[in-house]
Design a protein around this ligand. Sequence first.
Ligand SMILES: NC(=O)c1ccc[n+]([C@@H]2O[C@H](COP(=O)([O-])OP(=O)(O)OC[C@H]3O[C@@H](n4cnc5c(N)ncnc54)[C@H](O)[C@@H]3O)[C@@H](O)[C@H]2O)c1
Length: 212
Amino acid sequence: MVSDVSRRSVTTLHVPLAERSYDVHMARLGADEVVEKIASVFGKPSGVAVLVDEHVAQVSPRFAPLLAALEARLPRVRHFPLPRGESAKNLLSVERTCEWLAQNGYDRGAVVIGVGGGAATDHAGFVAAIYLRGIAFALCPTTLLAVVDASVGGKTGVDISAGKNLVGAFHQPRVVVAIWDSSTRFPNARLPPAWPKWSGRAHRRCRPFRRA
Ligand SMILES: NC(=O)c1ccc[n+]([C@@H]2O[C@H](COP(=O)([O-])OP(=O)(O)OC[C@H]3O[C@@H](n4cnc5c(N)ncnc54)[C@H](O)[C@@H]3O)[C@@H](O)[C@H]2O)c1
């Protein structure tokens, strides 16, 4: 169900999956508001592992405030830089992330927050699907593709030499909060006229999971 939608603005897309339902927030929110959306679905996690595309961590003016707001609101917040873009989508990189999670004592009560484009969100979702046989996660997508497609539907995974996205798992995020900024690969952080069609397409991709 798309709520608060018009030709010019869409703020929240509700993905109805019974007990696995979640919201995709697309409004341009301040760091505290982003963290409030995230904290409201997690309650009191034992720790927060922020997995961020290393390039996004460097160039996005929104990452440092987001991290600071997470640290102020939630316990044991640490961040781990992922290789830029598609370089994060391989099993070696996933193993490194899982090792880092284990070395830092993240347990089943911890949550993952993936920050970046579709490659980082696919990596973060897959790590959340397999670490300790599955922990909760949220996504903060930073590219248009990641907001309208990669973050919606619960498809996570990585590439292997035989092909792209050949290893993965279905694992739904608890919430998705887009991080638009001046460096986002989308002009003026505004949604295009085709947005209702794209969001509808993303929503339709979720239908099989409603029956699952
Ligand atoms: N899970 C799914 O359902 C699904 C759907 C579609 C695509 N995908 C996957 O998404 C990936 C592509 O995602 P993408 O197009 O977002 O590319 P990407 O994640 O590879 O990012 C592309 C580049 O943009 C940079 N970048 C990201 N956000 C930025 C920002 N705010 N400012 C500056 N630079 C930024 C990244 O560092 C990277 O260099 C592919 O791996 C594809 O398989 C997954």
